[in-house]
Design a protein around this ligand. Structure first.
Ligand SMILES: Cc1cc2nc3c(=O)[nH]c(=O)nc-3n(C[C@H](O)[C@H](O)[C@H](O)COP(=O)(O)O)c2cc1C
Length: 326
Protein backbone atom coordinates (compact mmCIF):
# COMPACT_ATOMS: atom_id res chain seq x y z
CA UNK A 1 0.00 0.00 0.00
CA UNK A 2 1.35 3.44 -0.89
CA UNK A 3 1.63 5.96 1.90
CA UNK A 4 -0.21 8.63 -0.09
CA UNK A 5 -3.22 6.29 -0.07
CA UNK A 6 -3.03 6.09 3.71
CA UNK A 7 -2.49 9.76 4.17
CA UNK A 8 -5.31 12.26 3.95
CA UNK A 9 -5.29 16.03 4.10
CA UNK A 10 -5.26 17.60 7.55
CA UNK A 11 -4.93 14.18 9.11
CA UNK A 12 -5.01 13.79 12.88
CA UNK A 13 -2.72 11.05 14.14
CA UNK A 14 -2.51 9.28 17.47
CA UNK A 15 1.15 9.41 18.60
CA UNK A 16 2.98 6.24 19.62
CA UNK A 17 3.08 6.04 23.44
CA UNK A 18 4.57 3.23 25.48
CA UNK A 19 2.03 1.56 27.77
CA UNK A 20 -0.68 3.85 26.39
CA UNK A 21 -1.33 3.18 22.71
CA UNK A 22 -2.22 -0.47 23.05
CA UNK A 23 -4.81 -1.97 20.74
CA UNK A 24 -7.94 -1.07 22.78
CA UNK A 25 -6.87 2.56 23.21
CA UNK A 26 -6.03 2.86 19.51
CA UNK A 27 -9.46 1.52 18.54
CA UNK A 28 -11.13 4.00 20.88
CA UNK A 29 -9.14 6.89 19.35
CA UNK A 30 -10.03 5.66 15.89
CA UNK A 31 -13.73 5.57 16.82
CA UNK A 32 -13.29 9.10 18.15
CA UNK A 33 -11.90 10.42 14.87
CA UNK A 34 -8.15 9.67 14.73
CA UNK A 35 -7.20 9.09 11.09
CA UNK A 36 -4.05 7.08 11.68
CA UNK A 37 -2.88 5.36 14.85
CA UNK A 38 0.56 4.17 15.98
CA UNK A 39 1.55 1.32 18.26
CA UNK A 40 3.89 1.96 21.15
CA UNK A 41 7.53 1.40 20.19
CA UNK A 42 8.69 -2.19 20.02
CA UNK A 43 12.34 -3.19 20.39
CA UNK A 44 13.66 -4.81 17.22
CA UNK A 45 15.64 -7.25 19.38
CA UNK A 46 12.41 -8.44 21.01
CA UNK A 47 10.76 -8.94 17.63
CA UNK A 48 13.74 -10.87 16.30
CA UNK A 49 13.72 -13.04 19.44
CA UNK A 50 10.03 -13.70 18.74
CA UNK A 51 9.12 -12.62 22.27
CA UNK A 52 5.49 -13.11 23.26
CA UNK A 53 5.25 -9.51 24.45
CA UNK A 54 6.41 -8.12 21.08
CA UNK A 55 3.96 -10.36 19.22
CA UNK A 56 1.15 -9.11 21.36
CA UNK A 57 2.17 -5.48 20.75
CA UNK A 58 2.05 -6.10 17.00
CA UNK A 59 -1.56 -7.26 17.03
CA UNK A 60 -3.86 -5.00 15.00
CA UNK A 61 -7.68 -4.96 14.76
CA UNK A 62 -9.32 -4.36 11.38
CA UNK A 63 -11.31 -1.51 12.88
CA UNK A 64 -8.24 0.59 13.66
CA UNK A 65 -6.54 0.56 10.26
CA UNK A 66 -4.46 2.24 9.00
CA UNK A 67 -2.15 1.45 11.90
CA UNK A 68 1.62 1.86 12.10
CA UNK A 69 3.80 -0.45 14.10
CA UNK A 70 6.72 1.51 15.50
CA UNK A 71 10.11 -0.17 15.91
CA UNK A 72 13.41 0.95 17.38
CA UNK A 73 16.91 -0.40 17.76
CA UNK A 74 20.59 0.24 17.19
CA UNK A 75 21.49 -2.71 15.02
CA UNK A 76 20.64 -2.29 11.33
CA UNK A 77 20.40 -6.04 10.63
CA UNK A 78 17.97 -6.55 13.51
CA UNK A 79 15.93 -3.57 12.33
CA UNK A 80 15.70 -5.11 8.85
CA UNK A 81 14.72 -8.53 10.22
CA UNK A 82 12.13 -7.05 12.54
CA UNK A 83 10.67 -4.88 9.75
CA UNK A 84 9.96 -8.04 7.75
CA UNK A 85 8.26 -9.63 10.75
CA UNK A 86 6.17 -6.49 11.24
CA UNK A 87 5.19 -6.50 7.57
CA UNK A 88 4.17 -10.18 7.75
CA UNK A 89 2.14 -9.46 10.87
CA UNK A 90 -0.15 -7.22 8.79
CA UNK A 91 0.88 -3.67 9.74
CA UNK A 92 -0.17 -0.96 7.30
CA UNK A 93 3.15 0.77 7.62
CA UNK A 94 6.28 0.79 9.74
CA UNK A 95 7.45 3.79 11.72
CA UNK A 96 11.04 4.02 12.92
CA UNK A 97 11.64 5.69 16.26
CA UNK A 98 14.52 8.18 16.22
CA UNK A 99 13.02 10.33 18.96
CA UNK A 100 12.97 8.39 22.20
CA UNK A 101 14.98 10.35 24.75
CA UNK A 102 14.99 8.00 27.75
CA UNK A 103 18.34 6.88 29.10
CA UNK A 104 17.81 3.14 28.74
CA UNK A 105 17.20 3.64 24.99
CA UNK A 106 19.79 6.29 24.08
CA UNK A 107 22.59 4.61 26.01
CA UNK A 108 22.05 1.65 23.69
CA UNK A 109 22.46 4.00 20.72
CA UNK A 110 18.83 3.71 19.70
CA UNK A 111 15.97 6.24 19.48
CA UNK A 112 17.13 9.86 19.67
CA UNK A 113 20.77 8.74 19.95
CA UNK A 114 20.70 8.30 16.17
CA UNK A 115 20.38 12.10 15.87
CA UNK A 116 24.08 12.14 16.70
CA UNK A 117 24.79 9.96 13.68
CA UNK A 118 22.72 11.14 10.68
CA UNK A 119 24.57 8.80 8.29
CA UNK A 120 23.61 5.74 10.32
CA UNK A 121 20.06 7.06 10.61
CA UNK A 122 19.81 7.37 6.83
CA UNK A 123 21.41 3.97 6.29
CA UNK A 124 19.06 2.29 8.76
CA UNK A 125 16.06 3.95 7.12
CA UNK A 126 17.21 2.95 3.63
CA UNK A 127 17.84 -0.67 4.57
CA UNK A 128 14.49 -0.99 6.36
CA UNK A 129 12.60 0.73 3.52
CA UNK A 130 14.24 -1.51 0.92
CA UNK A 131 13.44 -4.66 2.83
CA UNK A 132 9.65 -4.32 2.93
CA UNK A 133 6.82 -3.49 0.51
CA UNK A 134 4.78 -1.48 3.00
CA UNK A 135 5.64 2.21 3.53
CA UNK A 136 8.24 3.21 6.09
CA UNK A 137 8.00 6.50 7.97
CA UNK A 138 10.10 8.04 10.72
CA UNK A 139 9.52 9.98 13.91
CA UNK A 140 12.25 12.11 15.34
CA UNK A 141 13.11 15.34 17.16
CA UNK A 142 14.78 18.62 16.18
CA UNK A 143 18.20 17.46 17.32
CA UNK A 144 20.16 16.33 20.35
CA UNK A 145 20.30 19.73 22.05
CA UNK A 146 19.58 23.35 21.25
CA UNK A 147 23.16 23.72 20.01
CA UNK A 148 22.90 20.59 17.87
CA UNK A 149 19.72 21.02 15.87
CA UNK A 150 20.13 18.78 12.84
CA UNK A 151 16.62 18.37 11.52
CA UNK A 152 17.15 20.46 8.37
CA UNK A 153 20.15 18.33 7.46
CA UNK A 154 18.61 15.01 8.43
CA UNK A 155 15.14 15.45 6.90
CA UNK A 156 16.27 15.37 3.22
CA UNK A 157 18.59 12.45 4.01
CA UNK A 158 15.65 10.51 5.43
CA UNK A 159 13.49 11.36 2.42
CA UNK A 160 16.22 10.18 0.05
CA UNK A 161 16.61 7.02 2.09
CA UNK A 162 12.97 6.18 1.37
CA UNK A 163 10.98 7.58 4.32
CA UNK A 164 7.44 8.32 3.16
CA UNK A 165 6.62 10.80 5.92
CA UNK A 166 8.41 12.53 8.74
CA UNK A 167 6.90 13.17 12.17
CA UNK A 168 8.79 15.73 14.24
CA UNK A 169 8.40 16.17 17.97
CA UNK A 170 9.40 19.83 18.06
CA UNK A 171 11.77 19.50 21.02
CA UNK A 172 15.37 18.42 21.33
CA UNK A 173 16.46 15.21 23.04
CA UNK A 174 17.87 17.25 25.93
CA UNK A 175 14.46 18.73 26.63
CA UNK A 176 12.89 15.34 27.19
CA UNK A 177 9.18 16.08 27.51
CA UNK A 178 9.54 19.51 29.11
CA UNK A 179 10.26 23.05 28.04
CA UNK A 180 8.80 24.89 25.09
CA UNK A 181 8.07 23.16 21.80
CA UNK A 182 9.20 25.06 18.75
CA UNK A 183 6.74 24.60 15.90
CA UNK A 184 8.63 27.25 13.88
CA UNK A 185 10.86 24.49 12.54
CA UNK A 186 7.96 22.83 10.69
CA UNK A 187 7.71 25.33 7.77
CA UNK A 188 11.49 25.23 7.47
CA UNK A 189 11.47 21.43 7.28
CA UNK A 190 8.72 21.58 4.68
CA UNK A 191 11.00 23.73 2.54
CA UNK A 192 13.65 21.02 2.37
CA UNK A 193 11.51 17.88 1.81
CA UNK A 194 8.61 16.87 -0.42
CA UNK A 195 7.18 14.14 1.84
CA UNK A 196 4.40 14.89 4.36
CA UNK A 197 5.67 16.60 7.52
CA UNK A 198 3.77 15.72 10.67
CA UNK A 199 3.81 18.20 13.56
CA UNK A 200 4.03 16.76 17.06
CA UNK A 201 4.28 18.38 20.47
CA UNK A 202 1.89 20.05 22.88
CA UNK A 203 -1.33 19.82 20.89
CA UNK A 204 -3.89 19.41 23.64
CA UNK A 205 -6.99 21.34 22.57
CA UNK A 206 -8.97 21.74 19.33
CA UNK A 207 -7.65 25.32 19.20
CA UNK A 208 -4.07 24.01 19.30
CA UNK A 209 -4.85 21.71 16.38
CA UNK A 210 -6.17 24.56 14.26
CA UNK A 211 -3.25 26.79 15.21
CA UNK A 212 -0.79 24.04 14.35
CA UNK A 213 -2.15 23.65 10.81
CA UNK A 214 -2.57 27.36 10.19
CA UNK A 215 0.69 28.59 11.71
CA UNK A 216 2.98 25.96 10.24
CA UNK A 217 1.39 24.50 7.08
CA UNK A 218 2.11 21.02 8.43
CA UNK A 219 0.51 18.11 6.58
CA UNK A 220 -0.77 16.40 9.69
CA UNK A 221 -0.92 16.81 13.43
CA UNK A 222 0.12 14.01 15.78
CA UNK A 223 -1.43 14.04 19.24
CA UNK A 224 0.03 12.23 22.24
CA UNK A 225 -0.64 13.27 25.83
CA UNK A 226 -3.64 15.38 24.83
CA UNK A 227 -5.49 12.18 23.93
CA UNK A 228 -4.77 10.40 27.23
CA UNK A 229 -8.07 10.32 29.09
CA UNK A 230 -9.46 12.48 26.31
CA UNK A 231 -9.83 10.54 23.04
CA UNK A 232 -12.68 12.97 22.28
CA UNK A 233 -10.04 15.49 21.25
CA UNK A 234 -9.83 13.99 17.74
CA UNK A 235 -13.53 14.38 16.92
CA UNK A 236 -13.77 17.78 18.59
CA UNK A 237 -10.68 19.02 16.72
CA UNK A 238 -12.09 17.81 13.41
CA UNK A 239 -15.40 19.55 13.98
CA UNK A 240 -13.58 22.71 14.98
CA UNK A 241 -11.36 22.57 11.88
CA UNK A 242 -14.41 22.09 9.65
CA UNK A 243 -16.81 24.61 11.18
CA UNK A 244 -14.68 27.04 13.18
CA UNK A 245 -17.08 26.51 16.08
CA UNK A 246 -15.78 24.93 19.24
CA UNK A 247 -17.85 21.80 19.97
CA UNK A 248 -19.01 21.30 23.56
CA UNK A 249 -17.01 19.10 25.91
CA UNK A 250 -18.28 15.49 25.94
CA UNK A 251 -21.20 14.94 28.29
CA UNK A 252 -20.92 12.73 31.37
CA UNK A 253 -23.05 10.15 29.55
CA UNK A 254 -20.73 10.14 26.54
CA UNK A 255 -17.67 9.83 28.77
CA UNK A 256 -19.17 6.89 30.61
CA UNK A 257 -20.31 5.13 27.42
CA UNK A 258 -16.89 5.50 25.79
CA UNK A 259 -15.23 4.37 29.02
CA UNK A 260 -17.35 1.21 29.04
CA UNK A 261 -16.67 0.59 25.35
CA UNK A 262 -12.96 0.91 26.08
CA UNK A 263 -13.20 -1.52 29.00
CA UNK A 264 -15.05 -4.00 26.78
CA UNK A 265 -12.25 -3.81 24.20
CA UNK A 266 -9.64 -4.22 26.92
CA UNK A 267 -11.29 -7.44 28.08
CA UNK A 268 -11.82 -8.65 24.52
CA UNK A 269 -8.19 -8.27 23.50
CA UNK A 270 -6.38 -8.85 26.78
CA UNK A 271 -8.73 -11.31 28.42
CA UNK A 272 -9.82 -11.53 32.05
CA UNK A 273 -8.45 -10.48 34.51
CA UNK A 274 -5.57 -8.68 32.75
CA UNK A 275 -7.91 -6.57 30.63
CA UNK A 276 -9.71 -5.43 33.77
CA UNK A 277 -6.60 -4.68 35.81
CA UNK A 278 -4.75 -2.84 33.05
CA UNK A 279 -7.81 -0.71 32.40
CA UNK A 280 -7.87 0.72 35.92
CA UNK A 281 -5.46 3.54 35.00
CA UNK A 282 -8.05 4.92 32.56
CA UNK A 283 -10.91 5.69 34.97
CA UNK A 284 -9.25 8.89 36.21
CA UNK A 285 -9.10 10.33 32.69
CA UNK A 286 -12.65 9.46 31.71
CA UNK A 287 -14.14 10.80 34.94
CA UNK A 288 -11.91 13.86 35.26
CA UNK A 289 -13.81 16.99 36.19
CA UNK A 290 -17.10 15.19 36.91
CA UNK A 291 -18.87 15.88 40.19
CA UNK A 292 -17.67 13.74 43.10
CA UNK A 293 -15.91 11.40 40.67
CA UNK A 294 -13.43 10.15 43.26
CA UNK A 295 -16.16 8.24 45.11
CA UNK A 296 -16.98 6.05 42.11
CA UNK A 297 -13.36 5.82 40.99
CA UNK A 298 -12.33 4.30 44.30
CA UNK A 299 -14.93 1.57 43.81
CA UNK A 300 -14.07 1.02 40.14
CA UNK A 301 -10.40 0.34 40.79
CA UNK A 302 -11.26 -2.60 43.04
CA UNK A 303 -14.27 -3.91 41.07
CA UNK A 304 -13.82 -7.47 39.88
CA UNK A 305 -15.89 -7.77 36.70
CA UNK A 306 -17.19 -5.85 33.69
CA UNK A 307 -20.73 -6.17 35.05
CA UNK A 308 -19.74 -4.61 38.35
CA UNK A 309 -17.95 -1.71 36.64
CA UNK A 310 -20.88 -1.18 34.31
CA UNK A 311 -23.33 -1.09 37.24
CA UNK A 312 -21.13 1.33 39.19
CA UNK A 313 -20.91 3.68 36.23
CA UNK A 314 -24.63 3.52 35.47
CA UNK A 315 -25.45 4.22 39.14
CA UNK A 316 -23.00 7.12 39.09
CA UNK A 317 -24.68 8.56 36.00
CA UNK A 318 -28.09 8.33 37.70
CA UNK A 319 -26.59 10.04 40.73
CA UNK A 320 -25.31 12.90 38.54
CA UNK A 321 -28.76 13.30 37.00
CA UNK A 322 -30.42 13.30 40.44
CA UNK A 323 -27.95 15.87 41.76
CA UNK A 324 -28.44 17.93 38.60
CA UNK A 325 -24.68 17.79 37.94
CA UNK A 326 -24.85 16.50 34.41
C1 LIG B 1 3.73 7.89 28.17
C2 LIG B 1 4.44 8.22 26.89
C3 LIG B 1 5.01 7.21 26.14
C4 LIG B 1 5.65 7.52 24.92
N1 LIG B 1 6.12 6.49 24.16
C5 LIG B 1 6.59 6.76 22.91
C6 LIG B 1 6.91 5.71 22.00
O1 LIG B 1 6.76 4.52 22.30
N2 LIG B 1 7.39 6.07 20.76
C7 LIG B 1 7.54 7.38 20.38
O2 LIG B 1 7.96 7.65 19.26
N3 LIG B 1 7.24 8.38 21.23
C8 LIG B 1 6.75 8.10 22.45
N4 LIG B 1 6.35 9.13 23.26
C9 LIG B 1 6.43 10.51 22.76
C10 LIG B 1 5.11 10.90 22.06
O3 LIG B 1 4.86 10.11 20.92
C11 LIG B 1 5.15 12.36 21.64
O4 LIG B 1 6.22 12.56 20.76
C12 LIG B 1 5.32 13.31 22.83
O5 LIG B 1 4.47 12.93 23.90
C13 LIG B 1 5.00 14.76 22.43
O6 LIG B 1 3.69 14.86 21.94
P1 LIG B 1 2.47 15.40 22.88
O7 LIG B 1 2.88 16.74 23.39
O8 LIG B 1 1.29 15.45 21.93
O9 LIG B 1 2.31 14.42 23.98
C14 LIG B 1 5.74 8.86 24.48
C15 LIG B 1 5.18 9.87 25.27
C16 LIG B 1 4.52 9.57 26.44
C17 LIG B 1 3.90 10.69 27.24
Amino acid sequence: MEFDKIFINNALLLAPMEDVTDLPFRVICKRQGADIVYSEFIASEGIVRDSARSKQKMEIAEEERPCAIQIFGHDVENMVKSAKVVEDSGADFIDINYGCWVKKVVTRNAGAALLKDPDKMAEMTRRVAESVDIPVTVKTRLGWSKDEIVILKVAPMLEQAGAKALAVHCRTRDQGMKGPVDWNWIPRIKEVVGIPVILNGDVITPEDTKRAFEATGCDAVMIGRGAIGNPFLFKRSKLYLQSGELPPEPSAEERINVCLGHLELSLKYKGFPRGLYEFRKHYGGYLKGLFNASSVRQKLVVAGSFEECSRLLQDYLEYLVKEDRI
